[in-house]
Ligand binder design. Structure first.
Ligand code: PLP
Length: 404
């Protein structure tokens, strides 16, 4: 067992000045990009800590996003599993249907305060692109979304949404034409256009300062949850569960409970199984390495490049996770474990049929893990971050798995 870590003043000291959480994080980018990262860091520490910015962000969260999102007690599901009590934080009710808008609104507001006219990002499954396009529309900013040709074909509804919201969807035809190439293209474009725009990352990943900025904007989820749960039950939950792709919804949720006697579980996608290429459980099976500008734990292929990854939940199939998760794992604060496709699909139907809530397949991984905990333990309360709604997944699930 590692020595108990002292979380006093944690958020002011993590990351450190160079963007490190212990050995993880940093900014492994070209000298030009390093300069622009410094510009964003400086702006973040001045603008985002001003009461004017904070007041505007609070107003947006309340009147545009519909925050605070509620916590729902799942009586039927809980009863069917034993004597544990399961609750869900309803990020599916956040405007645009997932937690991603929490950091996109913050990033776009920062762009506005910095006097930029445009935001740039890449997207894989299209969820980050849609959230950023929503934020850009709200603030009257131009929005360029880089997306691989393969993903454009696979994610037609999200491409349509981004276009309707006024974003430019820019097709990337290099290499495998998926997320990795889209990241490279977006970074290249940003290097050329940084005077007028900022790059908005989709999770707690990438070079410093992004893992910190996204965590801070997502922390609203954990802060609200802690207060709401105490208000509902008079106690803290015994366990908190969230799914981990890049790690933003989980980082935001965990941020509210790090210094509490609460067990925290990060759930990674096991996909079809433990063979490399069949899953995206990077913290569970990966090793230390640098990709996309940061040092963390990643899944490597033979060539030391990011390995191909897979999950039924496209928002979870990333070959690494945020550096802060690697750090939390290294100090034993958070337990990272896995759920495979099958269990996630089961949870998708269970939550829908027993509670009238259709979860995103990503969030269904966290629900499945809570169901497993509830069956194993004799009692206790479990709070799950329901990161998004499942409308986007319904057609695929029915076609591939049929009704259950
Ligand atoms: C993108 C996404 C995720 C995974 O991203 P994190 O950064 O790990 O939170 C999880 N749930 C939903 C609904 C998503 O859209």
């Amino acid at each position: 067992m590692a020595e108990k870590f002292d979380f006093t003043n944690y958020f002011k000291t993590h990351p450190d000045e160079d963007g490190f959480f212990g050995p993880y994080g940093g900014a492994y980018v070209s000298p030009e990009l390093k300069k622009t990262m410094q510009e964003i860091t400086d702006a973040y520490f001045t603008i985002c800590k001003s009461s004017k910015f904070i007041a505007e962000l609070r107003e947006i969260r309340k009147n545009f996003q519909g925050r605070p999102t509620p916590i729902t007690y799942l009586e039927n599901l809980s009863k069917s599993l034993g004597n544990s009590q399961i609750y869900v934080k309803r990020e599916d009710l956040n405007h645009s249907g997932a937690h991603k808008l929490n950091h996109c609104m913050g990033e776009a507001l920062l762009a506005k305060y910095m006097g930029k006219s445009k935001v740039i990002a890449e997207t894989g499954a299209g969820q980050h692109g849609v959230a950023l396009a929503t934020a850009a529309a709200h603030f009257g900013l131009e929005c360029d979304i880089y997306m691989g040709s393969v993903d454009i074909k696979k994610q037609a509804p999200n491409v349509a949404r981004m276009k309707i919201l006024g974003a430019n969807v820019i097709e990337v035809t290099d290499g495998l034409q998926t997320l990795k190439e889209a990241v490279d293209a977006a970074f290249t474009a940003y290097t050329k256009e940084y005077k007028d725009c900022i790059y908005c990352i989709g999770s707690v990943v990438g070079p410093h300062p992004f893992p910190m900025i996204v965590r801070d904007f997502q922390a609203v989820v954990g802060i609200e949850s802690r207060e709401q749960f105490l208000d509902m039950t008079g106690e803290l939950p015994d366990a908190v569960v969230a799914c981990v792709g890049g790690g933003s919804n989980s980082a935001g949720m965990f941020a509210g409970f790090l210094d509490d006697p609460v067990k925290l579980y990060g759930v990674e996608p096991l996909g079809r199984g433990t063979t490399l290429g069949d899953h995206a459980a990077s913290l569970t099976y990966g090793e230390e390495g640098v990709m996309h500008g940061f040092n963390s734990i990643m899944l490597k292929g033979d060539d030391n490049e990011p390995a191909p990854v897979y999950s039924v939940a496209s928002g979870l199939d990333y070959p690494s996770s945020g550096p802060e998760h690697a750090f939390w794992k290294s100090i034993d604060r958070i337990t990272y474990d896995v759920i495979d496709d099958e269990a996630a699909i089961d949870a998708f139907f269970e939550l829908s049929k027993k509670e009238g809530i259709i979860p995103a397949l990503e969030s269904a991984h966290a629900v499945a893990y809570a169901m497993k905990l509830a069956k194993e333990q004799s009692h206790g309360s479990i709070l799950v971050n329901l990161s998004g709604r499942g409308d986007k997944d319904m057609d695929y699930v029915l076609e591939t798995y049929g009704l259950r």
